[in-house]
Each structure stands twice: as C-alpha cells, then as structure tokens.
Design a protein around this ligand. Sequence first.
Ligand code: URA
Length: 236
Amino acid sequence: MKQRVQKVIANAGLASRRQAEKWIEEGRVRVNGQPVSLGDSADPDTDRIEVNGKPILVEPEKYCILLHKPVGYVTTARDPQGRPVVVDLVKNFPGRLYPVGRLDLNTSGLLLLTNDGELAHHLAHPRHGVEKTYLARVRGAVSPRTVQQLEAGVILDDGLTAPARVEVTRQQGTHSWVKVTIHEGRNRQVRRMFEAVGHVVSRLQRIQFGFLTLENLGPGQHRRLTKEEVERLKQL
Ligand code: URA
C-alpha cells in the first residue's frame, strides 16, 4: 500500500518522521532511483526506497484474512487442474498467502488466510489443538447412541479420533443437522467420522475457528482480522 515516504522511513525505525522529512528536503531519499519531494508516496512492499544510497528494509506488513469459502474452491494458491482457488477471492492483498489448514472442495465456511507463514503453521499444528466447529447435514436420523460414539472417538484408517462435542440441532425429513466440534485437523475428518458410524454427509460448513465465527459474511466474502484478533489467535 502506498504511504508517504517519510512514514515508510519512520515505520522502518530509521528516524522520526520529522527527521525523515528533513532527509527528503536534503535530497537524500530516492524511490526506484528517482529523488523524491516532500509529499511523495511509495509502496514499501514493491518500491525500492533508498536513504543516502542504501536501500531500507521494510518487513512486509503481516495480515490475516477471514474468508467465507464457497463450495467449489480449492484451498490452495494455484491448482494444476485449473479449478477456482481460494486465493482468487482475496485479490486485493499483496504477497503470498498461506491458508490455515484446509477445507475440502465441497466444504464451505470459515477459512483463514495469512501472509505470515509462521502464524499459519502455528494455528494449523495439531499440538495447538484449536477448536473448529462444523455444521454437517447428514442423511438419516442420528441417534443418541451415534452421538455418544462420535463424541467418544471412532476408529478411522489413520487411528482413533480424539473426543469431540456433537449435537443434533435439527432433524428434518430424511436429513439431520449436526454440530461437531473437533480440535484435530485430519484430512476429510468430519466426513470420515460420519462414514464410520454409517451416515453420509451431504453438506458441510465450518462455522467457527477458535473464537472466530462467520458472522454476517456471505459465501465468497472476506474481511481482515483486527490486530487484537490476531494477537488473540497467537495465544491459542
Ligand atoms: N472435515 C471434513 O470432512 N472436511 C473438511 O473440509 C473439514 C473437516
């Protein structure tokens, strides 16, 4: 994002804004090789900014985006098969974006994306066990005994699942709506948990990640997390 050059220099910790303005007036500051005047702007992520002939190093600004992933998008930055990818939906953010974990092609809901690789790794790591809540529409009536089984743990081909919280919220016609909270993040975990107890998931949406919810974001919409929210995420 373009900012006043004196602000970029001050943010890089090189000098106060006033001192940076003095440097600009003295002709010591160049952007992409051209001397700048007071009031000029530059983008620290894409422009080369020099003071006394030395480039200044500015860490790219870190940000985290909450996206309501629609069905039909692949959780990646580029798909070899040319399918739509989640990063296409957040084009106005520069730099490389890392998804935090993954949602299947046919799963919708809350997905975090960040240019902070360390944060993405931290949040997706099973050791940190961030709670994720899903709303599943499954075929058939889910009995109290099945709820108990899912809560206690079911055996999948990659081992027993950890305890979960499971609540049937609605039973309508041939389908049930079930809220499932897990803190693992195995591949297709919720779908496989239901398969293990004899139910097919016909729709799946992630409605919560830690303390974050989808709020009023519609499919395909996103918002940037506040600094406070990012700090809270780091504590999870
Ligand atoms: N569990 C699934 O089965 N799919 C997802 O996308 C996420 C969790």
